[in-house]
Design a protein around this ligand. Structure first.
Ligand SMILES: C[S@@+](CC[C@H](N)C(=O)[O-])C[C@H]1O[C@@H](n2cnc3c(N)ncnc32)[C@H](O)[C@@H]1O
Length: 251
């Protein structure tokens, strides 16, 4: 399965980006959500890095994620921080609910894990349907150049006194027509110098241009679509922005 976030991938995400890590997104969205007192949905909720600060800011959040491993880590984070949220296994392409939300928030470039334009359009339409009138969709996109300029890399994380995880990342393909970059991720768990487990993950990301995502949001029904650079709401993205944030309203 693509973009699987299996056992080792989830372990690395938690060691690398636990609750407490912010890319500027936590502060930005807590501020953007200051007037939201109803239900919030976080698709691709992951390990709870972003969820837990939202809950601590007094928000009520429902999260879903395709990875049971990530949700297991998230449940542990909820218990550790003594906060509560409903978390379910669900996929962007098929997640259905009777609940309606005042905001849907997708930080950390997670929307780019939907590597098909057509599926992304269906997901945007479903988000629109799942919002209350006046509700807002907010999502982040990593800059295109960070996605199609990926290079082979090797990283390692000490996960306990006697264990480390390595990640060898190899670019596999770039589809410029469909704006999709694919890497092969090979995770290895080493215990006392012995290889204990390996995990292979095909990892695809789709890049979007600012005007493309704006039109896509408008096509899905959203109004007042704002595309901002560097977590400065309303500031048009620059060529060297590493991050753009997008926000639209259901009227
Ligand atoms: C970059 S992590 C973001 C986690 C968290 N939202 C954060 O901000 O730190 C992306 C998450 O999306 C989940 N994911 C990947 N593909 C998915 C899909 N098709 N449907 C739902 N979740 C998916 C992964 O399992 C992972 O937990």
């Amino acid at each position: 399965m693509k973009n699987k976030y299996g056992q080792l991938s989830s372990l690395v995400y938690e060691v690398d980006k636990p609750v407490g890590v912010s890319f500027g997104d936590v502060e930005y969205y807590v501020d953007r959500l200051r007037d939201v007192h109803g239900l919030i949905l976080e698709p691709g909720v992951g390990n709870g890095r972003f969820l837990v600060p939202l809950l601590k800011a007094g928000k009520t959040v429902v999260g879903y994620d395709a990875s049971p491993n990530m949700l297991e880590v998230a449940h542990a984070a909820l218990a550790q921080h003594k906060v509560k949220a409903d978390l379910v296994v669900g996929d962007f392409a098929s997640f259905q609910t009777e609940q309606r939300f005042d905001a849907i928030v997708i930080p950390a470039g997670t929307f780019q894990l939907i590597d098909s334009f057509n599926v992304a359009m269906l997901v945007l339409a479903r988000f629109y349907q799942q919002l209350n009138k006046g509700g807002r969709l907010m999502l982040d996109l990593d800059a295109a150049q960070a996605i199609f300029n990926s290079k082979p890399s090797m990283r390692k994380w000490q996960v306990s006194d006697h264990a480390l995880v390595t990640l060898a990342s190899t670019p596999l393909s770039i589809d410029y027509a469909n704006q999709v970059s694919t890497e092969l991720h090979r995770y290895e768990l080493w215990e006392n110098g012995q290889l204990a487990r390996t995990e292979l993950e095909e990892f695809s990301l789709r890049w979007w241009s600012p005007s493309e995502i704006k039109m896509a949001m408008q096509l899905a029904g959203f109004s007042n679509v704002a595309v901002s650079g560097g977590y400065e709401y309303g500031r048009a993205p620059h060529s060297n922005d590493e991050l753009i944030s997008v926000e639209g309203v259901k009227n």
